[in-house]
Ligand binder design. Sequence first.
Ligand SMILES: Cc1ncc(COP(=O)(O)O)c(C=O)c1O
Length: 357
Amino acid sequence: MSIAEQLQRQHLAALTPYASARRSMSGDGIWLNANEAPYTPSVDAQGDMLNRYPSFQSDRLNGAYAAYAGVAIEQVLSCRGSDEAIDLLIRSFCEPGRDGIMITTPTYGMYAISAQTQGAKVIDVPLVADGDGDLQLNTKAMLAALDGVKLVFICQPSNPLGNRVDRKALQAFIEAVGSRALVIVDEAYIEFVDDSTQASAAQWLNDYPQLVVLRTLSKAFGLAAIRCGFALANTDIIEVLRKVIAPYPMPQPSLQAATAALSTTNIARMQALVAETKALRDDFIQWVSRRPWALKVWPSVTNFVLISVPDATQLVSNCAANGVLIRNQSAQRGLNNTVRVSIGSATEMQKLMEVLP
Ligand SMILES: Cc1ncc(COP(=O)(O)O)c(C=O)c1O
């Protein structure tokens, strides 16, 4: 039995997914099978084929992302942002009221929110400081707390901390979990990590059937508005997610924009923006480290920086009053009086530095 068959919610085993018109029959010809209009009558609608339901999964998009991520097209599911992938995983694998997910706080908030929405339990095994004071996975405690856990969510690199999860520890953890649970490595910010292809867990997919990697076009690719994310996993897991995902998940304009973003030219442009953002980040870190109110500037391999300050609420509202929005992270475990600053354009960072004390 595959790991997906073993862990999925039991009723899904017998479920036949909705056979949408586009999923069951598409190709050249005259399309009269989905109650669509023959054309788009409104004059200012932008884009092609807006009268048609989009593909269930676009081979062009999934193929382009597979090539970019170094995986097989069968290992790709595209969805409405990686937030949808988080929700799909929980809906597919966690029996409400019985199964749980594991998170490692401080971490991205949507794992717990999606779980609570679905009635799945949330087991928190907080990160612990290593010898250098860097917050890292407590893999021993995580392995000890796996009972009843179907999905383990690991944010790599971490939002909100901005650091990397130790790669060796992560691999050893995935191995030790074996077939007891799926390990979800959320790589929303992976493009900002030096040598990101090597740093990604995607290259382990063929070794670990329990691994799922989440990706997005919302961050380095600068396409948050089109809502495009990806779950990368082995085909048995992708098959289960395909049962649960909506019949026409991604809007056609999003599919077009996402596919275009993955051309060689546009990947190079994304990489140029990443390089620019990293340089601005390092300049900002240098600048802010000299401010007396910056009690700790957390090292970052991402496009944001976490800063411990004397009074986060006051700092956030002072910035807002001057037209710059930064994020208070104080509600996160162990992050009392911290703010998170996203790295914007050179002009935006200049304005931020004028506004900060
Ligand atoms: C760690 C992490 N994962 C996932 C997401 C969701 O991204 P999206 O749904 O836009 O792909 C975010 C967004 O901030 C994030 O920080």
